[in-house]
Structures are given as structure tokens and as C-alpha cells.
Write a protein that binds this ligand. Sequence first.
Ligand SMILES: [Zn+2]
Length: 334
Amino acid sequence: MIKISYDDIIRKIKEEKKISDEEINSKIEKKIEQLAGLISREGAAHIVAHEYGVKVFKEGAMKISEILSGMREVEINAKVLTVFGVVSFKKESREGKVASFLVGDDSGKIRIVLWDNSHISFIENGQIREGSVIKIKNAYVKDNQNGLKELHLGEKSELILNPDNVEIKEISSVNNAVFSNLTVKKINELTENDRSVAIRGAVVQVFEPRFYEMCSECNRKVVLEDGQHKCSVHGAVNLRYGIVSNFVLDDSTNTIRIVAFREAAEKFFHLNNDELMAIRTNPGKFEEIKENLFGRLVEVKGRVIKNIIFDRLEFNANNIEDLKAEVLLKELER
Ligand SMILES: [Zn+2]
């Protein structure tokens, strides 16, 4: 949900850049045309504002699960789960302290790293402890060497104890949003050697899924021999069906074909295995589902594969998650 209206976006661009309505409108029309109707008028206005360098987002806290690698000016409200304490370090001429603790909200968990002594004193004097509710403003995201996202606070960041009107009731047990041992890349930056990357963009084309027969014991492909389905390991076996889905992702730098098997396909379609199998026997069902997939914003994690026949790069997905428009746009603004 984008919280700022179309008119407000236009007003902001006009105020900051002294550009006429006419010029702004023609840019927005062009953008809508370029994206072939995949984007709303508001969405197009956001992108145009971004191209002018105008920030349209109001201040506000985000959920931990919405935190993406490379983000700056992050604001969150969270509850302290574990305090790891203060460590002194000495490097060449530099000497200092660093402190860290784990926080959570109803969407996920993330480690917070403090570099500023005024913030670190909150831990030293026991004001930040397990159960404390805090607000963090103007923090930045870093990936540590284990590939975990961390939220770092420097001297320009704010750390507010017991903020007004903030209540953290539930803590999510989900921790996967915090993990990202992947590099996020633009599609035009992908190379054949990328084995663990994430790309983000809009779904612009979806192909009918294909099904293949596999062994019910080990998921290997089976062959039909003497009227029996045979697995190279298990011999004659019962069948299961695997699904492979193909779609095209566009991130404005380029497009790429995504190949998603089984669980990744289930996540893409938002369907469980039984529901997917219903498509196999009733292809008409796919036409209904397809409508909802166009324009969906997703993050796809996986690896690049070279399609030798077509001499092009494709992407083998091992996980697909929906992205909220505002998260993607916020990232564009960074
Ligand atoms: Zn088998």
C-alpha cells in the first residue's frame, strides 16, 4: 500500500524541482506506456519522482521483514530480545567500542550494532535490556561476514527508549527475513558464474507450468519401461508429479527468464502442492491464476544458468517471495 496520493506526489515534484504539470504528466504517461500497463498511475508517479531525485515517502517505521540489504535511513520499532554486550577494539590508530543486541517485531528479528558511545551507554548503564522497547531511526543495513543482515547505528542515528505510542506484542519466530547470504543484483549485472544471488522486479510474463513424472521415493525422474514406471534406484515405483514453472522478470535494467521447480513454484503461485496438481488435470484453472501473477513484485533467490540452446542466461529459483511495492520503491529512493 502506497500511503501518499498521486496529487501529493505531483505537488512534491513541482515544489522541489519547479517543473510544470505538463512536463510531469507527459513523463508519467510515458512511464505507464513503457511498462505496458503493469503499473498504476501512482506507481508511475513514484518512479518519475525518483528519476527527478524527489523523495516522496513520509517518515515512518518499517517492519523488520521489509529491511533489505543496502537500505539507509531505516526506522523500526522493536523489542530487545538478547543483549550481546559491549566489546572494546583497537585497530592501528583507532580505538573504540562496539555493542550489539538482537531485537524482534511481529515480522522478524535482526541484530542491532551500535558504534556511537552515547548509544552504547544505554547498554552499559542497563537501560537497554531484555524486554526493552526501542525506536531506531536513521540506521543503515550491513551484511556481516556470515551473510546476516544487521542494522547499524552511527553518530547520526537515533536510539529512543520506550517511544510513545509503540507497543510490541508479538515477536515473530520467523528468522529467515534476517538472513541474506546473497548479493542482490540488477538483471543486467548477472553473470554466468552467479551461484547465489537475489534479483527483484515485476513479473511480466507467465508460461503454463509443465509437469513431469518422478519417483515417489526419491523424486528422481522415472522412465516408462514394459508398462511400468521405473526409477534408476528404486525400480518399479509409484508416481508423483513434479512441477516446473517459467516466467519472465523485469527490473527495468533487463528481463530474464526464471525457472522454478516444486517448492519455489508453490511459493510463486501461492498454491500448495495439491492445488498445483489440480492444474495438471484442468489447464483452464491456470488461466484464472495467471491473471493475478502479472505485475506482481517479487524477490527471486537462486542461481544463474546458461541456456545453451538459446545462448542466453536464465535464472534457476530456489525461493520466491512477494515484495511490497513500497519496499521496492523505498529501495529505489535510497
Ligand atoms: Zn527413486
